[in-house]
Write a protein that binds this ligand. Structure first.
Ligand code: ADP
Length: 142
């Protein structure tokens, strides 16, 4: 029985999350379920204020919007509120997914294999890195 399950969600691809629902519900009967959205870092030159910095969205505003979107997606899963925790962090998605998996002592990560429309024999780059480096079992949903 899993106790802490991490479910990374790409909030720009909410249809992909739907594909995870049956698997997440089946494997988290008594577990705490950590839903994670990672906002990729702004390009280095922009973060240095060298270009386009005036157009950069406010970091807190972006984080609040991402959390709202993640919570909308999480509502589609039938899991009691007390067992759900949402996380929004900045950084490279694969690194942050692995970091949060450690931080919440995940004993299972459930991740979609790739974006829709890409050949099914491929594993997306984020999913592949998580499978390769995670310290716990990873369930790849196709
Ligand atoms: P592709 O390379 O086809 O874009 P990915 O490997 O990036 O595929 O995505 C597969 C899965 O990885 C997504 O369905 C999601 O579970 C997770 N993922 C990808 N990007 C993010 C992100 N920014 N935040 C959280 N999870 C992500």
């Amino acid at each position: 029985m899993y106790r802490s399950v991490l479910v990374p969600i790409d909030i720009s691809e909410s249809d992909l999350a739907r594909q995870l629902i049956p698997q997440v519900e089946a494997h988290t009967k008594a577990a705490k379920v950590h839903f994670l959205a990672v906002i990729p870092s702004v390009p280095f030159y922009a973060s240095m204020g060298l270009a386009y910095s005036g157009e950069l969205p406010d970091r807190n505003g972006l984080q609040a919007k991402a959390l709202q979107k993640l919570e909308e997606i999480v509502k589609q899963f039938t899991i009691p509120e007390g067992r759900v925790q949402t996380h929004v962090v900045y950084g490279p998605p694969k690194d942050q997914i692995l970091k949060v998996a450690e931080a919440v002592s995940a004993d299972l990560v459930i991740i979609a294999s790739h974006q829709p429309g890409i050949s099914t024999y491929l594993l997306g780059s984020t999913a592949a890195a998580v499978v390769r480096h995670a310290h716990c079992p990873v369930l790849v949903v196709r």
